[in-house]
Write a protein that binds this ligand. Structure first.
Ligand code: GCW
Length: 832
């Protein structure tokens, strides 16, 4: 059933039981549109504090196992921040605060750089070398004092060490034998935000910008400071605050003043500010006639502009560039290369120690679908590989993890192995653009780990992606990870469980060898509960969630079968095809998949180093998870599992939807064991997710059933036993409409409550005439983005349950359709 209007409530789980005394029961459902479509949405109000994330109040009991005094040896602001964090952390965990000791104390948590610690306690054995951002934590009884020492390779290392100590206390505990020595795996550990000056956030699903509003920097930057604290607590050291699209206004003098205020707010946490720049700024902002990177006036303009920034932001980290991509201007306009453009910026930044992150996301979005050799996946390698060796030392090429675009499943980008004389960073998305937009629980660490651990075998030796971006494989001085985060004012990412992804990003950028399991356990203990049964359940949910999402949204390497020209949300299979965007999967009644082999296809497979290229060249050796990314195959092709592709499509979607439903069932076991507000909020989300997974399942299954004409061996596809279609009901007020894409509703039809009809309530009635029995009724309804619809379900004239469909969806999303379910157990008995 579909209601016209508005926002959906992801279903209230009502279990109302009624005895029916007639064999024929009439089920009616009515929709009351209490508010017109134009009515304003009531925003979900979250208090934006760090308590919402992993720095929340803790759970430990008893006495703190560490000294209750903190002594800071230096005077650097970062060391002061470190001391406050330890006080704060112990307070959160045990409810009592250590005091800051002014002078030598008999027992203390001692903070300082290695040099400071050595000067104060020469007898203390310290590690011989510590990386500047690294730290050492250990307990020492040297000089008859009990000291828990946090020694940093620099003041910044002290701060990271303080957070590490608190994390250790909260998740593992402390013993006098505990020793922790760590240093970050890679120097660049940034989040990128895609915030616009008007306060919107591109692909942001957590509300409006924490940085900007109305064309300028917000007056109140307290959220920015809180965010920086969250970032530094997991080792993130840079934050690029503005969208890579439309970045020109950010170089206006007034905006630079505002940016300096943002940098001030983040500085106490050691997070450095970066911005995205538009390569046409010399023309757009500076009024020059050209933005040709090799023009001397253009070079001078950039040098002066970068100087202006450093005058106000002395620790400015650098710039990110999106050029010649998706409508953004670039050096190609003048026949110049990305290296020409990057190097002009690099030479302006070099005297100040800044870096350029030049994005390899450069491709032609007007490809010819009919050209069987055209392939968007090839673009990054084709453009950047020939430029290897031409980039200035402070340029880092920023490469999305896959060759397309943050898809639910795609191979690792071959470009990682294609640059040996250039520093590289891997770009990944914390915001779940193609991965459920934070409405679906999808924990991304397993996906990122798969990419980080992938061994590209460059030069026929071991070169896992993580070691390439860490600079180890090709001996590069720079490199790192960039997480596109897109936080907002509505609980950062808009969904509490999505915060596991921000946490995981920071932890992996710090230590790419951590496992997805280890990070999940840490996050759960810090954010939800340390109770073993809670940790086990939440971790199981997190760890399986990405593959479950793949199971219902993009099979065998077809990426994400979503609306790729619009919201990137919900199923829309044809949206990827027959346009210039190149996210094609090329399905037809005979087969499906992109032939990217060297022998007969686009030759993308040949961009990988030989050992990997050989695997992808043949369908027989390509893993099933990427099969259709690399090969066009008949629907009846047998997979390694022995199933045909089409049967796999049916099976995996039923499996995926069942797995989505299982998430809700698993969560239900946590009732009473975790924070009730979190429990309820996530319960509603998971109920919605289970409903939306059914939409995905049915859309994909019925689309390919129709296209291939090959039935499901298990008889499920196209058959919905027990489903009462809205369009078959006796309708009052509702009208039946066709929807686009047709596969998103069974039969391609929905009913909508006609606002222009004289009656304001719409009713759909079905009569059940069959055997008596006991039934569960799941009402599944589509819902629109704004306003509130009221539903009532009744049987034989008796109201059973009513509910409002009023959930809030991301503001930037276009109108979307959803479905959620509501369950009513109905007993139908024969009358005697
Ligand atoms: O994934 C796509 C997004 C665009 C984004 C682009 C990019 C900022 O749909 O919204 O633009 O990638 O990464 O530049």
């Amino acid at each position: 059933m579909a209601g016209s209007k508005t926002e959906s409530k992801p279903g209230t789980n009502v279990d109302a039981r009624r005895k029916m005394v007639f064999l024929a029961a009439t089920v009616f459902a009515a929709i009351f549109v209490a508010a017109p479509i134009v009515c304003a949405q009531t925003p979900v109000v979250h208090t934006q504090t760090e308590d919402q994330a992993w720095l929340r109040d803790g759970y430990s009991h008893g006495m703190p196992p560490v000294p209750m005094q903190v002594r800071v040896l230096g005077h650097d602001p970062l060391e002061n921040t470190a001391a406050k964090e330890i006080v704060n952390g112990v307070q959160r965990l045990w409810g009592s605060s250590p005091v800051i000791a002014k002078s030598d104390a008999t027992e203390a948590i001692l903070l300082g750089t290695v040099q400071q610690v050595h000067a104060a306690y020469p007898a203390l054995k310290l590690p011989a070398t510590l990386a500047p951002e690294g730290f050492w934590i250990a307990e020492s009884d040297a000089s008859e004092k009990r000291l828990v020492v946090v020694a940093g390779g620099s003041e910044r290392g002290v701060l990271y060490g303080a957070f590490a100590l608190v994390r250790q206390l909260a998740t593992i505990g402390w013993s006098p034998k505990t020793t922790i020595i760590e240093a970050p795996a890679m120097p660049i550990r940034w989040v990128d935000e895609w915030d616009n000056a008007n306060g919107t956030v591109e692909r942001g699903y957590g509300g409006r910008s924490i940085f900007f509003e109305g064309g300028k920097v917000r007056d109140d930057l307290s959220d920015v400071a809180t965010y920086a604290r969250l970032l530094v607590s997991v080792g993130i050291n840079g934050c690029n605050v503005n969208n890579v699209n439309g970045a020109a206004p950010f170089l206006n003098p007034d905006m630079i003043k505002g940016l300096a205020r943002i940098a001030d707010a983040m500085r106490p946490w050691g997070v450095r500010l970066a911005i995205s720049v538009d390569i046409a700024s010399p023309q757009k902002v500076g009024g020059l006639k050209t933005f040709d990177p090799l023009d001397p006036d253009v070079k001078a303009w950039w040098a002066a502009k970068i100087d202006e920034i450093y005058q106000q932001i002395p620790d400015f980290a650098g710039v990110t560039v999106k050029a010649d991509s998706e409508g953004q201007p670039g050096p190609a306009s003048y026949g110049r290369s990305p290296a020409d453009a990057a190097n002009v910026l690099a030479s302006a930044l070099a005297p100040h120690g800044g870096v350029v992150l030049y994005r390899a996301f450069v491709y032609n979005n007007h490809l010819d679908y009919n050209d069987m050799k055209a392939d968007r996946a090839r673009a990054a390698y084709d453009i950047f590989h020939p430029l290897d060796g031409q980039f200035a030392p402070n340029v880092i090429v920023q490469i999305k993890y896959g060759p397309i675009d943050f898809q639910a499943e795609e191979p690792v980008s071959p470009l990682f192995a294609g640059l040996h004389q250039t520093s590289e960073a891997m770009e990944l998305q914390i915001t779940q653009e193609y991965l459920g937009q934070q409405r679906h629980l999808v924990y991304l660490a397993p996906l990122w780990k798969e990419k980080l651990d992938f061994d590209l075998r460059a030069e026929n030796r071991s070169t896992p992606v993580k070691e390439i971006i860490e600079g180890k494989s090709f001996d590069r001085p720079l490199g790192g990870m960039i997480g596109v985060s897109c936080v907002g004012r509505d609980g950062w990412l808009g969904a509490p469980m999505a915060m596991a992804n921000l946490y995981a990003f920071g932890r992996l950028a710090w230590n790419s060898n951590l496992s997805a399991e280890q990070i999940a356990a840490e996050w759960t203990k810090l954010s939800i509960s340390t109770k073993p049964e809670v940790v086990a359940t939440v971790d199981k949910m997190l760890l399986g969630s990405w593959q479950s999402y793949v199971h219902y949204t993009g099979f065998l390497g077809t990426q994400t079968l979503t609306d790729i020209t619009g919201s990137h949300y919900g199923p829309n299979i044809e949206a990827s095809e027959r346009n210039g965007w190149g996210q094609w999967h090329r399905d037809d009644p005979q087969g499906i998949g992109m032939d990217r082999s060297v022998a007969t296809g686009t030759a993308f497979a040949g961009q990988y180093p030989p050992e990997v290229a050989k695997i992808y060249e043949s369908a027989a050796t390509t893993p099933d998870s990427l099969l259709l990314f690399f090969h066009h195959l008949p629907w009846t092709y047998k997979l390694q599992s022995g199933k045909t592709i089409i049967q796999h499509v049916y099976d995996i979607h039923y499996q995926g939807a069942a797995e989505a439903a299982q998430l809700g069932a698993d969560w239900a076991t946590l009732k009473g064991k975790i924070d009730p507000q979190l429990y309820e909020e996530e319960r509603a989300r998971l109920e919605y997710q289970a409903g939306h997974a059914i939409v995905w399942r049915d859309a994909i299954v019925q689309y390919f059933l129709k296209e291939t004409g090959i039935p499901d061996a298990l008889g499920r596809a196209g058959h919905y036993p027990g489903r009462l279609e809205a369009e078959d009901a006796r309708l009052t007020g509702y009208k039946v409409i066709d929807i686009t894409p047709w596969e998103d509703a069974s039969g391609g039809k929905i009913v909508t409550c006609d606002q222009s009809a004289p009656q304001k309530n719409c009713t759909a009635e079905w009569t059940y005439v069959s055997k008596p029995g006991r039934f569960n009724i799941a009402v599944q309804y589509f819902d629109l983005r704004g306003g509130v619809a009221h539903f009532t379900l009744g049987i034989n004239g008796t109201e059973i349950v009513s509910w409002a469909a009023d959930a809030t969806f991301p503001l930037t999303m276009p109108v979307i359709l959803q479905r959620a379910s509501l369950r009513v157990a109905l007993m139908v008995e024969a009358s005697s």
